[in-house]
Design a protein around this ligand. Structure first.
Ligand SMILES: Cc1ncc(COP(=O)(O)O)c(C=O)c1O
Length: 351
């Protein structure tokens, strides 16, 4: 099949560019920090398996249903970088940990005790990272003494093990001011290091320190503090991340068809239901248009152009992760050829 034969809108990945990004990340970490890439970016177990084959130690995801999706495919080391607190989900978590190595984040005593009870009853062990708030002001513990208290509780309970520190600073991922990004990432690193020392002085051994994103992984690559890097978007990139000049290449595109033109505008058959706009507007490759207006099923690009009705265009989304979640499948392409279709089985898995 040829790319020109795809019905649009279609989600496509230029395979060799994606592989370049994966190899670049693995090479940058150089084995000092281990890659545990985030599933949210591709939601495709076959790509997760490719990441592991290239050297990733396991996969990060956000949701229990994503972890189940990965276990079904045979992925054996999964971090759910989130708190799972609903009783029915804790039962599912404990059951899943019988089939695979499962780590989950916690930041409260009641959650730790509930996971311990469920895992003990299921005959499984769930590994726990305690989350430290490193400036994101989302989940996570702020006080070292409270962190230590929770670590001691985990070490005293059956069915759970203390696995280390979750320290993700998502507020820095897209910090376009490079100096500010690097300064704050350094401050965070020092804080995480101080916590690790504080815990070790009190007899708590830190196995892993986990965090990092596409925008900050180069600052953690030496492995001196962080042992695991959870970056996800580097595989595909998008318009928001491209602005940061991180050395990764755009590999993910929405192919759309021009359905109407005027002298000053081009309308394509892909709107907000096909291209996510939560991190900014999309871009048509090779055209420096003036502005974009998005509606549900149309995107209108304004500016001088040479397009005609029926042309196919390659669109770089503002945000690749939320765009992927709009599609049931994606196509690997190379040049004019469609190589294969992959199912986005993690799509919509938000429970
Ligand atoms: C906990 C966690 N880790 C890692 C990432 C990966 O970030 P990115 O896709 O920016 O590389 C995210 C992104 O939302 C996240 O929430």
């Amino acid at each position: 099949m040829k790319v020109k034969d795809l019905e649009t809108p279609a989600l496509v990945v230029i395979q060799d560019r994606m592989e370049y990004n994966l190899n670049r990340m693995i090479g940058m970490l150089g084995g000092k920090a281990k890659l545990r890439p985030h599933y949210k970016s591709h939601k495709c177990p076959e790509i997760a398996a490719m990441q592991i084959a290239a050297g990733a130690k396991g996969i990060t995801c956000a949701k229990l249903s994503e972890a189940e999706d990965l276990v079904l495919y045979g992925i054996s080391d999964i971090l759910i970088a989130n708190q799972i607190v609903q009783p029915s989900k804790i039962l599912r978590l404990a059951a899943l940990a019988r089939c695979s190595n499962i780590t989950v984040c916690v930041d409260s005593e009641e959650n730790i005790r509930a996971i311990s009870d469920a895992a003990s009853a299921a005959g499984s062990t769930v590994n726990l990272y305690i989350e430290l708030d490193v400036g994101m002001k989302r989940c996570g513990i702020e006080e070292f003494s409270e962190f230590y208290r929770l670590a001691c509780i985990i070490e005293s309970l059956p069915g759970v093990t203390y696995g280390g520190i979750q320290a993700y600073a998502g507020n820095l991922s897209h910090e376009y001011d490079k100096e500010k990004r690097e300064k704050e990432a350094y401050t965070n690193r020092e804080r995480v290091n101080a916590l690790a020392y504080y815990l070790e002085q009190r007899g708590i051994k830190n196995r892993e320190i986990s965090g990092g994103s596409t925008g900050t992984s180069y600052l953690k690559a030496d492995g001196s503090v962080y042992t695991e890097i959870q970056a996800g978007s580097f595989m595909f990139m998008d318009r928001a991340y491209s602005r940061m000049e991180l050395g990764f290449r755009n590999s993910l595109f929405v192919i759309a068809t021009v359905i109407s033109v005027k002298e000053d505008r081009v309308v394509i058959d892909a709107g907000m239901k096909s291209i996510a706009t939560d991190q900014g507007e999309p871009l048509i490759c090779g055209w420096d248009h003036d502005s974009v207006s998005m509606s549900e099923e149309h995107a209108t690009f304004y500016g001088k152009h040479r397009f005609k009705v029926g042309d196919m265009v390659m669109v770089i989304p503002g945000h690749s992760c939320t765009t992927v979640n709009l599609y049931d499948d994606l196509y690997f392409i190379q040049g004019e050829n469609v190589l294969k279709k992959l199912s986005v089985t993690g799509r919509g898995k938000s429970r």
